[in-house]
Ligand binder design. Structure first.
Ligand SMILES: CC(C)(COP(=O)(O)OP(=O)(O)OC[C@H]1O[C@@H](n2cnc3c(N)ncnc32)[C@H](O)[C@@H]1OP(=O)(O)O)[C@@H](O)C(=O)NCCC(=O)NCCS
Length: 329
């Protein structure tokens, strides 16, 4: 049977570290408030004035991932690119990444599920692989958010969270009867709440909206928080029931990094030992689509023996979901 196996993982974080104290210069906030309310101590942003964009960060992570898999870019059957901050509004960042990888006509699929981009991308990749359509897929998730956030006090709920970074994985079809690869996926969307995090690009043309600051991304942080702490435990139970598994069967939970308090809440609600819930938001902030593949790359370095992993995410859309993946080790 064809199974979707993650052959390699990679991350790229821009070298510039932005500690909470630096944000105090731009807005009315404090290191103490940010750490206490979100778990973030610092994040990575591209250098001020840098021309690096999402496809550049995606390229760096993808290159490392291809090398680790022992693949050439020409081996790829498909590139899936997930971001909420594409270099350009049209086209997506996928074709730009493809071009940077030196490819001519390899197909690219851009998806924009925001914080759940990795989950939706992995499900699509798994479906393509199981259908027999493609054998080798690159899933790249990247963001350059620091150039598009409101650094005044008015935008502080979002700008203290959002950060730059990229994570890429190489996924391959492997024929095996073993119970490995993507075991199960559960995804949900509730469009009723699409205005809880949004950016209306048309407002850029209306002067009065610019005066109101509506040309920046907008977020009702508290509402998103309330929904996330309800939906994430629900979806963990749903996917465990679907696969007939228990919390104990999962070696590591790799959640989206939006706010450490959300992940702590999931642990408490479901009695998950905190050491099984991986967090790196203290160092990287919220890199939206890229949080989960960056975290996966770090988990595999720090815990090489983990076998069964649950990916978990919630974000704009609102979209949320979970995937259970078992490594071939
Ligand atoms: C954004 C978020 C960190 C705000 O934390 P919170 O504990 O909910 O804080 P609140 O919005 O309730 O604000 C509490 C107070 O802190 C203030 N505050 C908000 N941001 C602040 C900041 N950066 N610095 C200092 N004070 C801040 C608010 O104005 C408010 O003041 P008030 O009580 O005088 O009105 C939190 O809601 C969150 O993480 N939400 C989920 C985000 C998310 O998951 N997004 C989707 C994925 S990207």
């Amino acid at each position: 049977m064809r199974k979707s196996i993650i052959q390699s993982t990679a991350r790229y974080l821009p070298p510039r570290r932005v500690p909470n104290a630096e944000l105090e210069k731009y807005m009315d906030t404090s290191d103490e408030w940010i750490y206490k309310r979100s778990g973030i101590r610092e994040r990575r942003w591209i250098d001020e004035g840098s021309e690096l964009r999402t496809s550049d960060l995606a390229f760096m992570a993808s290159n490392i991932s291809l090398i680790k898999a022992g693949w050439k870019a020409e081996d790829l059957d498909l590139i899936i690119m997930a971001t909420q901050t594409p270099d350009l509004y049209i086209p997506g960042a996928g074709p730009i990444l493809q071009n940077k990888l030196g490819l001519e006509t390899t197909p690219c699929l851009d998806i924009r599920q925001q914080c759940t981009g990795f989950l939706y991308g992995l499900q699509v990749a798994d479906a393509y692989i199981k259908s027999g359509m493609y054998d080798k897929i690159l899933l790249s998730c990247a963001e350059v958010q620091s150039i598009g956030i409101n650094l005044t006090t008015r935008g502080r709920d979002m700008s203290i969270l959002f950060a730059d970074g990229a994570g890429s994985i190489c996924i391959e079809a492997v024929d095996t009867h073993k119970d490995v690869g993507v075991l199960s996926t559960v995804l949900h969307t509730q469009g009723e709440y699409h205005k809880n995090i949004y950016l209306d690009l048309s407002v850029g043309y209306k002067e009065e909206w610019i005066k109101e600051g509506l040309h920046w991304p907008q977020m009702k942080g508290r509402d998103v928080f309330i929904h996330a702490v309800k939906r994430l435990p629900e979806v963990v139970n749903e996917i465990l029931n679907q696969t007939n598994m228990k919390i104990d069967d999962i070696d590591m939970f790799i959640p989206h990094q939006a706010n450490v308090r959300i992940n702590d809440h999931v642990c408490k609600k479901l009695n998950i030992p905190p050491e099984k819930m991986f967090n790196n938001i203290d160092r990287y902030g919220n890199t939206t689509a890229a949080t989960i593949p960056i975290a996966l790359d770090e988990v595999l370095e720090q815990h090489p023996d983990v076998k069964t992993i649950m990916f978990l995410g919630y974000g704009a859309g609102e979209n949320w979901g979970a995937i259970i993946y078992r490594r071939m080790i």
